[in-house]
Design a protein around this ligand. Structure first.
Ligand code: SAM
Length: 295
């Protein structure tokens, strides 16, 4: 098959996906394009130098990041108009996806400069395919806002979203995001994909409350992609109980079991105490306990 880029004797822009951890994930085509390009525009020259030296490629680098793209994009377009083949890479994964590049792509298109994707690794796809949640369709929401109020508003906007939601998250914000997601979306099935393709790759799968417990016990570290599954009846029911219970991250059943174990109460007394904490009747608490244990 004839490679698409051989058609572009004039200048063009290649969007080259690079590994998100494991260097073996680079494609043969990506390597060839990086070797043949006249220059490589990259987010962080130090990061890209590591990649290039691993593959013994020497090439002029130009930084292209969110702070200089306003001036750098027109400069690169001028170079492409003069015939340069420019490869854009980000620090890891597919450029433009939660990474700089959109401005350059749209400027190229406005100037009739061909834009050619060189597909490869992206954390979204790697995380989704192995997380076990429905992924025939999904919503990608990038990074949530860092401030809790805005983050909660954004999460709330997904209440009726019927598809799995993929999010990028910084490790130091993971717990707060899980807490907000539980409150806004209910105790849905979710998955945390950590350090994908690297030595310590890990998938944590379970309900949001279970993932919270996992990462209460240890500090989340490394690169994290979070997937929140579609709504289900059980998740909504459990949240309602949890929110009312005042015991953060606990369902009614969990609270009853806790009281049985830690306060040595029998089930009846534990249920009575939980009902009191929730401000509901013993009968209602018992009904909810049965529903919860049954779903
Ligand atoms: N454009 C990149 C892509 O296609 O994967 C994503 C860039 S975004 C700035 C970086 C975020 O992607 C990280 O903060 C993390 O949420 C996610 N990510 C990148 N590498 C990852 C990995 N190896 N494992 C899990 N998530 C990763």
């Amino acid at each position: 098959m004839q490679p698409a880029e051989s058609e572009h004797s004039s200048g063009c822009l290649y969007l080259v996906a690079t590994p998100i951890g494991n260097m073996e994930d680079i494609s043969l085509r990506a390597l060839r394009i990086l070797k043949e390009a006249d220059l490589i525009a990259c987010e962080d020259t130090r990061q890209t130098l590591k990649l290039l030296s691993h593959f013994e490629i020497r090439k002029p680098l130009e930084s292209y990041h969110e702070h200089n793209e306003m001036t750098r994009a027109p400069e690169l377009v001028l170079r492409m108009e003069s015939g340069a083949h420019v490869a854009l890479v980000s620090d890891a994964g597919t450029p433009v996806i939660s990474d700089p590049g959109h401005r350059l792509v749209s400027l190229c298109l406005r100037h009739n400069i061909p834009v050619i994707p060189i597909p490869g690794p992206s954390a979204i796809v790697a995380a989704l395919t192995a997380c076990g949640l429905p992924c025939e369709e999904f919503t990608f929401a990038g990074f949530l806002p860092a401030r809790s109020g805005e983050r909660r508003r954004r999460l709330k906007s997904f209440v009726s979203e019927p598809r799995s939601i993929v999010l990028y998250e910084a490790p130091h914000r993971l717990r707060a995001t899980l807490r907000d997601a539980l409150e806004m979306l209910g105790d849905r099935h979710a998955a945390i994909a950590r350090e994908l393709t690297k030595v310590h790759e890990e998938f944590a799968r379970g309900r949001i409350s279970e993932l919270m417990r996992t990462f209460d016990e240890r500090e989340p570290r490394g690169e994290i992609t979070l997937i929140i599954g579609p709504p289900d009846h059980k998740a909504e029911h459990r949240t309602e109980l949890r929110i009312n219970s005042g015991h953060d991250g606990q369902t009614l059943a969990q609270r009853v079991h806790e009281l049985e174990e830690s306060s040595k109460l029998d089930r009846k007394a534990a249920l009575k105490q939980t009902a009191k904490e929730l401000g509901i009747s013993k009968r209602e608490a018992y009904k909810r306990l049965l529903t919860e244990e049954n779903t």
